[in-house]
Design a binder for this molecule. Structure first.
Ligand SMILES: Cc1ncc(COP(=O)(O)O)c(C=O)c1O
Length: 392
């Protein structure tokens, strides 16, 4: 039977992530390839107690259908946290709960993009966004990251010449590079967007995870009506709950709500109520500060080992937060070879190629430092360095 799939399915870049996850799960392989927060930091008891309390109290309400925009007390919690932590004038009716912030990528693309529309992305860019946007058949314009944020000259040219419907960026501890925009770059980016019809879509999946515990102020604070933000409880509470949110101006949320309702009516309501109960009875800020400090130690250890053990010509980014860094391989060493040889040596890394919408990334690998403990980081980087030295 020849299945007649839509043309748009052919637009999604071929992904070898399935192969990668299969390989990474092989016993004995130390995986720096995934994107998981550390399982040991999920507050199992706290979430269990919150679930028990919900079942004992408002269980029937929590197991019913609900509204598309999400559980109001949870939206109030998120809006209040934006006001308190970041000084953003967020109100609960500007927040909508989604099924993980990954769903924002799909729905934002769905409401804004027609085939052939321009979209701006960072280079390298988040793989999950490239996949989600590709289904709507845009033309990507990649803007290189320059260490402290996007290259502003290229960004200005892309906005001027191609008028993208939106530019998607991750100013805080970007996936895959771990880079954070400087304060100056945040202002520079906002200036470029001012007076244009291009939206800045600010994915803040990692804004809570700065190792020094200090939040960086979002680009949206300079943009109001032109800024969309998304956030997630995945990295700071538990990804399996699949709860994220979008914070956007009302006219955008109206369209977003229509698309969300058509997609799934609403996000898992039981999880929203349990999560809210958990957040009301536990100190999220204290939890996040503790976990970020641990990730900071793991990141520093990985960076030190890379400095000590990798051959000359190798390099890496030095993140201020988040869960990832990218390492650059010495001249001529291919990231796909490092991936294949690495698995044989017992270490899995993610090759950089799929993060580059316009080609490149052959000499880059992404390394995750949140899901593995210090002993595994030590042994894993030793294995990685052996592989790279053999391939030089
Ligand atoms: C930058 C970024 N955005 C969004 C997501 C999606 O996360 P979730 O759907 O769990 O909120 C991820 C997941 O790793 C991510 O790295």
């Amino acid at each position: 039977m020849a299945y007649r799939f839509s043309d748009r399915m052919a637009q999604v870049p071929e992904s070898f992530l399935d192969e990668l996850f299969r390989v990474s799960a092989v016993p004995g392989v130390i995986s720096f390839a995934g994107g998981l927060p550390g399982s040991v930091h999920i507050d199992l008891e706290g979430i269990r107690d919150a679930a028990r309390a919900v079942f004992a109290g408002e269980g029937r309400m929590a197991l019913q259908y609900s509204t598309t925009d999400g559980y109001l007390p949870l939206r109030e919690f998120i809006a209040d946290r934006y006001r308190r932590r970041l000084g953003l004038p967020a109100m609960p009716d500007e927040i909508q709960i989604v099924n993980g912030s990954q769903q924002c990528l799909d729905l934002v693309a769905k409401i804004f993009l027609d085939p052939g529309d321009a979209v701006g992305m960072e280079r390298p860019g988040y793989l999950g966004a490239i996949e989600a946007f590709s289904l709507y058949e845009p033309v990507f314009h990649a803007v290189p990251l320059a260490g402290d944020g996007p290259d502003l000259d290229v960004l200005a040219r892309v906005v001027r010449e191609h008028a993208p419907k939106f530019f998607y960026g991750i100013p805080n501890s970007q996936n895959p590079s771990g880079q954070t925009y400087s304060e100056e770059k945040r202002r520079g980016v906002a200036e470029i967007f001012e007076g244009t019809e291009t939206i800045f879509y600010e994915d803040d999946a990692f804004g809570d995870l700065f190792f020094d515990g200090k939040p960086r102020l979002p680009v949206k604070r300079y943009l109001s009506g032109q800024g969309i933000m998304s956030g997630s409880f995945s990295k700071i509470v538990a990804p399996g709950m699949r709860i994220g949110w979008i914070y956007a101006p009302e006219p955008i949320l109206r369209e977003f709500n229509v698309a969300k309702q058509a997609a799934d009516l609403h996000s898992n309501f039981l999880c929203q109520v349990i999560l809210h109960r958990y957040l009301s009875t536990h100190d999220l800020d204290a939890h996040v500060t503790r976990v970020s400090a641990i990730y900071g130690r793991q990141c520093r250890l990985m960076c030190d080992l890379l400095d000590d053990l990798m051959p000359p010509g190798a390099g890496h980014t030095t993140p201020e937060g988040g869960m990832f860094l990218t390492a650059t391989l010495p001249g001529g060493v291919s990231s796909m070879d490092v991936f294949r040889e690495g698995v044989r040596e017992g270490v899995a890394v993610l090759p950089g190629v799929p993060f580059y919408v316009d080609g490149g990334g052959e000499d880059v690998i992404r390394l995750n430092f949140s899901a593995v403990g210090e002993e595994e980081i030590e042994e894993g980087v030793r294995r990685l360095a052996r592989v790279v030295r053999r391939l030089v």
